[in-house]
Design a binder for this molecule. Structure first.
Ligand code: LLP
Length: 463
């Protein structure tokens, strides 16, 4: 077989291909283990589909990102904060892990805020995002004393100021720390829906249109608000680092312009997340050290040119920390050869999940990889498409897979790099209960988020 889980007799060595969680290994019988847990045993104990998260891998990615960026900016005397973007995947345990690794957390809703707080992360280490924050979310942020609210519109300036009139984090008179999200015109990322800094979309205030500067001045005019800095997020799944440098320059020029007009030099610049990962064999992720070096060079050049000091920098990676740490484990059901219009025979492999546990192929045309992980096979690979169990033909998990010709019901398939925007975007379409998330480490597993049951779904239905 030609998949990157290796062939021949496995020797317990690292799985080639670069897509699998760091602790994935192939045993002598061709079966995969992650975190020392045999996926066949796990499937037998917890059922499928299930997200399998390599705890050490996720934590190592969090740590490596913080270390790379901190080291890159240290020679400039500038501090860095890495905020893990909880939208990628957040649970209480994940919030604790990334916080223990020295990261802060970016939350985009009251739900994400509640999970981070439940994990014991102090409010000061949280940032609240959102283009349409509710009153309840702003009050919850105030009561928790979140370290920053990222303001997304002119109307929100007054709304946050009004909420902060009662103080912040239980301290009367304390101002609300805020940033302003701006759009730099840089359009980067894998798909229009996940690219956020070009102008014709809902996020932030335009730099070129002048609203960004007006927004910053309006914040400075409100005594209830403390302007911490300027925020830019240019998109997601970005594999070309050039966009970050261009956006950084635009944001730093805006910072200098604000200083020239008001005398206020904001201390911080947040460059958002978006660092791309590999989903297919051969696709290379943005390396945190390389991107940090590129960005520090762009930031220092821009600051020299503008005559301003290098600011404190923050970033908000989600996908690059959570994505590659996790695979989705499915059981094969129906296997059906289908002759396509061009005469090609494609094997349709139906698994026991689908678009309810991974919406990304249907929503963005995202491409994934799949491999047989429960046994060795010598059968020649055949062109295959991995599909789900939902009632529509767009319910595709992997468009173009190469899978062994003897694949049969009961085999286990794994799809790597599903840790970001997999469980977090899962749905109950067709009233399918959402899979649980199991963390593996040192030969042990535990549920971080339990599997939903039909009883859970029935409990929501009031009859
Ligand atoms: N910061 C802000 C303000 C964001 O909007 C996002 C993602 C991030 C950070 C984290 O970006 P990351 O490092 O994960 O790329 N559901 C889409 C991705 C949407 C991203 C939305 N914002 C997907 O599945 O590709």
């Amino acid at each position: 077989m030609s998949t990157d889980v290796g062939s021949g007799t496995g020797d317990g060595s690292t799985v080639p291909g670069g897509l699998w969680p760091a602790s994935a290994r192939i045993g002598a019988d061709g079966a995969m283990s992650v975190g020392g847990v045999d996926l066949r045993t796990l499937a037998g104990q917890v059922g499928t589909p299930v997200y399998v998260l390599d705890e050490a891998d996720l934590r190592a990615r969090a740590r490596a990102t913080r270390e790379a960026w901190t080291a890159a900016f240290a020679p400039e005397g500038a501090g860095v904060h890495v905020y893990y973007a909880g939208k990628a995947f957040l649970s209480v345990a994940v919030a604790r892990w990334v916080h223990a690794e020295g990261l802060r957390i970016d939350v985009a809703t009251g739900g994400e805020l509640a999970v981070a707080l439940r994990a014991g992360v102090p409010g000061t280490d949280l940032a609240l995002h959102g283009n349409n924050k509710s009153d309840a979310e702003l009050v919850a942020a105030r009561d928790a004393g979140v370290g920053r609210v990222v303001i997304d519109s002119l109307v929100e300036i007054d709304r946050v100021a009004e909420v902060a009139a009662a103080g912040w984090g239980g301290e009367p008179g304390r101002r609300a720390p805020v940033m302003l999200r701006v759009t730099t015109g840089v359009h980067a990322g894998g798909h229009e829906y996940i690219s956020t800094a070009h102008e014709d979309q809902k996020f932030g205030l335009s730099v070129s249109g002048g609203q960004a500067l007006a927004g910053l001045e309006a914040i400075l005019a409100r005594p209830e608000l403390e302007l911490r800095g300027i925020h830019s997020h240019i998109g997601s799944q970005i594999l070309d680092p050039a966009g970050f440098a261009v956006a950084a320059h635009t944001v730093l020029a805006l910072r200098a312009e604000l200083e020239a007009r008001t005398g206020v030099l904001v201390p911080e610049v947040d460059l958002g997340g978006g660092f791309g990962v590999g989903y297919l064999p051969g696709e290379v992720a943005l390396d945190p050290e390389r991107i940090a070096k590129d960005v520090v060079a762009a930031v220092t050049d821009a600051c020299t040119e503008l005559g301003t000091p290098v600011p404190h920098v923050s970033i908000e990676p989600g996908r690059s920390i959570a994505g590659p740490s996790t695979l989705t484990l499915y059981t094969v059901g129906t296997v059906k050869p289908v002759t396509t219009d061009s005469g090609l025979v494609r094997t349709y492999v139906s698994v026991d999940g689908g678009m309810s546990d991974n919406l990304r192929p249907a929503l963005y045309g995202a491409r994934y990889h799949a491999a047989l992980v429960s046994r060795h096979s010598d059968a020649a690979p055949v062109p295959a498409r991995v599909v789900g169990k939902h009632c529509e033909s767009g319910d595709i998990v992997v468009h173009d897979a190469e899978l062994p010709g003897d694949l049969a019901a009961g085999d286990l398939l794994a799809v790597p790099v599903t840790g970001a925007y997999g469980r977090s975007m899962a749905s109950n379409y067709n009233l399918v209960p959402r899979p649980g998330v199991v963390a593996v480490r040192d030969g042990e597993w535990r549920f971080l988020v339990r599997r939903e049951t039909v009883e859970d779904l029935l409990a929501l239905d009031l009859g």
